[in-house]
Design a protein around this ligand. Structure first.
Ligand code: SF4
Length: 248
């Protein structure tokens, strides 16, 4: 695996520091949770959540982009193009997510042989803070849709009495809250360094992060130019690429 080595630029450094703080806090929280009898069903080889669409900051995508070899970069770009095609044709967000999970499928960064993330150290916040308090079956695409009324009611009862959930979904909510400072650190660092915040689809931004002209426009705070460059490559869609000038 290629590791995300140290990055000299302040945007990446701010995110790396926030990842480290989150990692420490999450480990401490998880240790207390399991000591109190809480269960976490995630682990190496469990890949059910790696079909989900992922929203990231460009700050995070740059870290991932720095770890890719040419072959994986091509696979990530193909995934991004499939996401754009889906966004252009999906009638609504639910259908977008459904198609993404079922038809676009696994993140190309997943090592299908081991079931592990091949760029674990560089994975984005969403991949770091998604933990399941129920077996992986409940994280898989279409599980909810395939459940009958009684099974859905039972799921809701189990989730409501499972510690660590928000009472509605089986994901462990405090870990998602603990990661909020990472999003905030990325937002602050982008505003400060670029005068521009860039958020969007993980694979699309990871592809654009390798594009020198796109990055030059972003670093100059020129969102309009950055959008044009992404558009010229067929990688601009308002659902998947958000460029917002810093307002404070
Ligand atoms: S980056 Fe890694 S953990 Fe995240 S979806 Fe891709 S393979 Fe899974």
């Amino acid at each position: 695996m290629t590791s995300s080595a140290s990055f000299p630029d302040p945007v990446a450094a701010a995110v790396q520091q926030a990842y480290a703080r989150y990692g420490q806090q999450a480990r401490t929280w998880l240790s207390g949770y399991t000591q109190r009898g809480g269960q976490v069903y995630c682990g190496a080889g469990c890949t059910a959540c790696c079909t989900m669409p992922i929203r990231v900051s460009l700050a995070e995508a740059r870290i991932m982009a720095g770890t890719l070899d040419a072959e994986l970069a091509r696979a990530v770009e193909a995934h991004a193009r499939a996401a754009v095609a889906n966004a252009r044709t999906a009638p609504n967000e639910d259908e977008y997510v459904r198609r993404h999970r079922l038809h676009i499928g696994f993140c190309p960064i997943l090592d299908r042989a081991t079931g592990g993330c091949s760029r674990y150290d560089a994975r984005p916040t969403r991949c770091r803070d998604t933990f399941s308090a129920l077996p992986a079956r409940y994280c898989a695409a279409e599980t909810w849709e395939s459940m009958g009324q009684r099974e859905r009611a039972e799921y809701q009862r189990v989730v409501a009495r499972t510690p660590g959930t928000d009472g509605e979904l089986h994901f462990i909510a405090p870990l998602e809250h603990l990661s909020e400072p990472v999003w905030e650190a990325a937002s602050r660092a982008m505003r400060r360094a670029w005068g521009l915040e860039v958020w969007g689809d993980f694979w699309l931004l990871t592809t654009l992060a390798q594009d020198e002209r796109f990055m030059a426009a972003v670093q100059a705070g020129d969102g309009r130019r950055a959008w044009q460059l992404a558009s010229g490559r067929g990688l601009a869609h308002r659902m998947l690429l958000e460029l917002a000038p810093a307002t404070r």
